[in-house]
Structure formats: structure tokens, C-alpha cells
Design a protein around this ligand. Structure first.
Ligand code: WQD
Length: 357
């Protein structure tokens, strides 16, 4: 039975990559996470009741995670959690997140990502929960007019895919909510490029199918699951012609959510924060850093630019430092060392490789 002195935090999508790393940090900060996840992107191990990522959080923290296999589109199920727990806050990760898939299935992305958010907000209003951290994305900036990108940069212009548009539309929902009603504390965290894994190697990024993103693809080439990397474009206006991104360690990113929770009562309303390092690295620099960290060669071939890709994107992270007293402190080398530890300990991700007969 829930106890009154616990600080319960609803974590939607908490079985996912960034969600699971944030659950670990919540526990270590003294919060009590309650995870609601429909497991559409999660792998279950031998214990079919729990996603493998949630099971392993206990190995890291020693604590059982309160987990509910609920879909946020099922408002009755979601509301039952608000009836059971007096939530201090919500952290909202749940949603579909493939850029390419969103282009093929726009209505599914609008239905799920927006519908889930509206259900969540309606439950929060009904049960008086006024603190929410939203998993947004640098993708809402579209093609940056000025670098580094800061939070005053225009958003919502030149978005090239429905996934990115859902992030922008959800930000707009939160901004309009905070304009209409006082007493809300809303932090929109705009992630740049999350990479890496928890230092134990027990939890990490486990994309379904062929990875869309660079570093999980690189690590799967290194472990032998993929033959070589396609480098999409070497004719960008960058120092080596390949795309430049602001890679941030997933644990730094997770800690950014804790910082936002800890500081959010100091300001009313809705505020966006960049969660990046402020430093950009090119694709070839990231590949070289991974080869050094893993000791593995990563063969690659140059390929045409990927439609919708930008050349150079990196953050101005100073607002988060000023208001959240948060800054990323892990290096690209840390990201690659931790990513390789996860991949080499889990060649097939969370898929349980059967014990050798
Ligand atoms: C990074 C660079 C590619 C794969 C996306 C989403 C964004 C966010 C992070 C969720 C680019 C190059 C990639 C490959 C390559 N996700 N690349 N070969 O596109 O910056 O951002 O993920 O919030 O919303 O848009 O990340 O890792 O896909 O690409 O050369 O096989 O690596 O061209 O320059 P991106 P990415």
C-alpha cells in the first residue's frame, strides 16, 4: 500500500532507453518511481511479467520498481494509478519515436503521442498533480538559423517528420496550458543526441530492428551484427564534411531530469531547457572515438545524405546550468566506453540468449 511519506513520481515510458536510466537516478535521489509502460518497445526476459530493463534496475539499485504494463491511451488504467498514488510529479517519456516510421504512419504518431499526453494532463488536472517534466527533443528547432542553438531559437519551423512535429505540438499543449492556468510547473527538456549506457552495462539502448541512430548502429557493427556503417553524406559544410551533432551521455541526460524535478517549484509556468554538452562532434570523430574505446575497427562507406538530415547542430546548454544547476560532464570517450561495455555484455541487447546446451 502506498505510504504517505514517499515522493511518488509517475514515469511514463520508464522501461525505455532514457526512461530506465532516469528511473535509476530517481531511486538514487530518494524518489519512488511508478512506471507505466505498454512495453511496445521493450523486451521481456524469462520473467514475462517485467521488461528486462525494469528487472535489471533492481540489480543496479537493490530496489523493486513499481511497474504497470499500461497503455496511456487506456485512460481508465492510467487514472487508476492516480487513484492509488499521490504523485509528486510526472515524467513523460511514453510515445512512438522513430523518425522514419513516423513518415510512413503519421496518424499513428499523432494519435499515440498526442492522445497519450492529453490523457496524462487530464488525469493530472483531476488529481491535482501540477509538476511535469516532458521528454522533448532538439528536433523541434528544425534547421538551426544560428549556432549554438539556444532556447529562444524559433521552434516548429521546417520540421521534416511527424515524430518531430508531435514533440513540437506537445510543447505547444504544455505552453498553452501554463498560459491558461496558474500553478503549473512544466519543464520541457530538449535532448540533443543521447548516447551510452549505465556504467554497470546492465541497461542500455536496445533499438528494435536496424538502428536509425548513429551510435547504436556503430556498436552493432563492432559486435558483428551489421557488416559496415553507411556514413550519410560527406559534403556538409563541416570540418570533415560529415554531420556534426551534440552527443550527450544518457546518464547526464537522466540527471538533467532529476535537476528539473528538484528545481521546478522555483518557477511557475512552462520553461524549455536544452540538454546537450555544447560541443559538437562529427560522425567520423564519433566513429574514431568509438574505435579507440572499443579497440574494434568500424568499417564504413560514404553514402548519399539522408533526407531531412541537418549538417551541424549543437546546443547552448547555459540555461539549464543557470536555472537547474545542471551540466553534462561526461565526455565522448565516456559515452563510447560505456556504450561498448553494454554492447559487449549484451550482444543481442535485452534479448535473452539461450544458455549454451
Ligand atoms: C546523427 C548523425 C546522420 C546513422 C535523431 C532524431 C532526433 C533524436 C536523436 C529523438 C547524422 C549520421 C546516422 C547512420 C550516419 N531522437 N548517421 N549513419 O538524426 O541527429 O537525431 O536522433 O529525439 O529527434 O532526429 O541522430 O543518430 O540518426 O544521426 O551517418 O547509420 O549520424 O546523418 O549526421 P539525429 P542520428
Amino acid at each position: 500500500m502506498p505510504s504517505s511519506n514517499e515522493k511518488y513520481v509517475l514515469v511514463t515510458g520508464g522501461a525505455g532507453y532514457i526512461g530506465s536510466h532516469t528511473v535509476v537516478e530517481l531511486i538514487q535521489e530518494g524518489y519512488t518511481p511508478v512506471v507505466a509502460d505498454n512495453c511496445c518497445n521493450a523486451t521481456k526476459g524469462k520473467d514475462q511479467r517485467l521488461p528486462e530493463s525494469i528487472k535489471r534496475i533492481k540489480q543496479i539499485t537493490g530496489k523493486d520498481v513499481l511497474f504497470y504494463e499500461y497503455d496511456l491511451l487506456d485512460k481508465e488504467k492510467l487514472e487508476s494509478l492516480f487513484q492509488k498514488y499521490k504523485f509528486f510529479a510526472a515524467i513523460h517519456f511514453a510515445g512512438l519515436k522513430s523518425v522514419t516510421e513516423s513518415i510512413q504512419k503519421p496518424m499513428e504518431y499523432y494519435d499515440v503521442n498526442l492522445g497519450a499526453t492529453i490523457n496524462l494532463i487530464e488525469c493530472m488536472k483531476e488529481y491535482g498533480v501540477t509538476r511535469v517534466v516532458f521528454s522533448s527533443s532538439a528536433t523541434v528547432y528544425g534547421p538551426p538559423q544560428k549556432l549554438p542553438v539556444d532556447e529562444n531559437h524559433q521552434v516548429g519551423k521546417g520540421l521534416t517528420n511527424p515524430y518531430g512535429k508531435t514533440k513540437f505540438f506537445i510543447e505547444e499543449i504544455f505552453r498553452d496550458l501554463a498560459k491558461a492556468e496558474t500553478g503549473w510547473h512544466i519543464a520541457l527538456l530538449r535532448y540533443f543526441n543521447p548516447v551510452g549506457s549505465h556504467i554497470t552495462g546492465l541497461i542500455g539502448e536496445d533499438p528494435q530492428g536496424i538502428p536509425n541512430n548513429l551510435m547504436p548502429y556503430v556498436s552493432q557493427v563492432a559486435i558483428g551484427r551489421l557488416p559496415y556503417l553507411n556514413v550519410y553524406g560527406n559534403d556538409y559544410e563541416t570540418h570533415d564534411g560529415t554531420g556534426v551533432r551534440d552527443f550527450i551521455h544518457v546518464v547526464d541526460l537522466a540527471k538533467g531530469h532529476i535537476a528539473a524535478l528538484n528545481k521546478m517549484d522555483q518557477t511557475d509556468g512552462c520553461q524549455a531547457f536544452n540538454l546537450g554538452t555544447g560541443t559538437g562532434y562529427s560522425v567520423l570523430e564519433a566513429v574514431a572515438a568509438f574505435e579507440k574505446a572499443s579497440g574494434k575497427k568500424v568499417p564504413y562507406k560514404f553514402a548519399p545524405r539522408r533526407p531531412g538530415d541537418l549538417g551541424n547542430v549543437h546546443a547552448n546548454p547555459n540555461l539549464a546550468l543557470k536555472f537547474l544547476e545542471w551540466r553534462a560532464d561526461k565526455t565522448l570517450e565516456d559515452m563510447c566506453v560505456d556504450l561498448w561495455r553494454w554492447q559487449s555484455m549484451n550482444p543481442k541487447g535485452y534479448e535473452i540468449t539461450p544458455d549454451p546446451q
